[in-house]
Design a protein around this ligand. Sequence first.
Ligand code: GLN
Length: 236
Amino acid sequence: VLSGCGSKDDKLTLGTNAAFPPFEFTTTNGVVGNYDGIDICIGKEIAGSMNKELQVEDMEFDGLIAAVKSGKVDMAVAGMTITEERQQSVDFSDTYYTASQVIITKADNTDINSAEDLKNNKTVGVVLGYTGDSIVTEDLAIDDSKITRANRGIDIVQDVKNGKLDAVVIDKATGVALAQKEGLKFVEDPEVFETEEYAIAVRKDNKELLDQINKVLAEMKESGKIDELSKKYNQE
Ligand code: GLN
């Protein structure tokens, strides 16, 4: 592998919001600097397949699509769900993970057992620009005065713990990981929270990179590596 010349062409930049375990989070000694998680490993494989060094750009989730569009980052690998709205701005790779939303609430909570229950005068936290935000805002049509929008899932889950919020709606793997860590519980409601497919976003004209990403994803699926990563990081 030829690397280390330091010119920009030797780098592949991955945009993400590193507050979304097990897909991306910060830790001492991550796989790339302080960054670790399923998406970071996938990004590293893609960069490696191109003989490039992976560079992680940590930013607010809500700014990722614009960063891909403007070329500030080469790709967004951020547990990002394919949506029609996003597809108008970026191209998505093949999918690599199936997810859904869950509700996080206090372990001793008895009156939140479904998404419908959130409409019952509950204060709900979501991450700004996440699919959970649009489900709570548009599908459930919860009153805006009851919704808190934050930039990091970690922070609103803390607010559930300290009683500032009744519930948080967030992606399942992340929600379960954070709930376990904080001694909270999660509630599923598959009728309201439909399945979502995660994929990697690239700039619309970047077919070369998209093809390369799809090739690596196909290899990682076939070799069982994606499953392995998901098992490894979901246990941590
Ligand atoms: N899957 C959700 C979305 O795409 C959340 C992704 C994330 O937080 N990184 O909106």
